[in-house]
Design a protein around this ligand. Structure first.
Ligand SMILES: CC(C)(COP(=O)(O)OP(=O)(O)OC[C@H]1O[C@@H](n2cnc3c(N)ncnc32)[C@H](O)[C@@H]1OP(=O)(O)O)[C@@H](O)C(=O)NCCC(=O)NCCS
Length: 171
């Protein structure tokens, strides 16, 4: 299995993959399209997992902001992540997340947020964001599913405020 940056040729396969993984709902597949054509898209942080020439997984990290009074900090949000149902539970999702977090760190980002399953993400370093003075009002979610991963030591102590997902999430 190879993890690499998504290319234009992958777009239709990534759409189908998201459609399949999210139980034949196209909301997430369309979300990926909206993000790609927005200024919160980071090409190097749209990753695909390929096995024998077939796209079996995809993860997208995009630009978001933490806002506190007049201060804004650039952060990332992870969404969506999808693995072809036939290929799930083989570590592909984990590999995509770890590869994405490494790239995000290399690009200089200090914090990555997500809304996700509290049993799955802690092993990658995600923890409850509200315990670290982060807020989220755009989505109504319980504390344990709103999570943050610190990529740069000290970022969680230095930064607090409200997470703002980019406009693409609300089209
Ligand atoms: C969430 C999702 C991306 C996870 O992908 P995945 O490739 O199945 O994830 P992994 O294989 O890394 O991990 C899944 C489980 O398989 C286990 N696993 C990992 N490698 C394994 C292997 N080689 N053999 C057997 N099990 C393995 C992991 O321990 C993990 O167990 P856990 O449930 O206790 O955490 C996938 O289930 C999916 O696409 N779901 C639908 C879309 C969705 O809900 N996305 C998340 C919201 S955006």
């Amino acid at each position: 299995m190879q993890i690499r940056t998504e290319t234009i040729n992958d777009y239709k396969h990534v759409f189908n993959l998201n459609y399949l993984a999210f139980e034949k709902r196209d909301d997430e597949a369309k979300l990926v399209e909206h993000i790609r054509f927005s200024n919160c898209f980071i090409r190097e942080l749209s990753l695909v997992a390929e096995e024998q020439g077939k796209i079996v997984g995809h993860v997208l990290f995009s630009k978001a902001k933490i806002i506190r009074e007049n201060e804004e900090t650039d952060v990332l949000v992870l969404a969506p992540i999808a693995v072809n149902p036939t290929f799930q539970k083989r570590g592909i999702g984990s590999n995509l997340i770890r590869a994405g977090l490494r790239r995000a760190k290399d690009l200089g980002y200090g914090l990555v947020f997500l809304i996700g399953h509290p049993n799955y993400y802690p092993k990658f370093g995600f923890q409850s964001a509200r315990n670290h003075g982060m807020e989220l009002t755009q989505f109504e979610v319980p504390d344990d599913v709103f999570m943050v991963c610190e990529l740069k030591d000290g970022e969680l102590a230095r930064i607090s405020g409200e997470l703002h997902y980019p406009a693409s999430f609300f089209i």
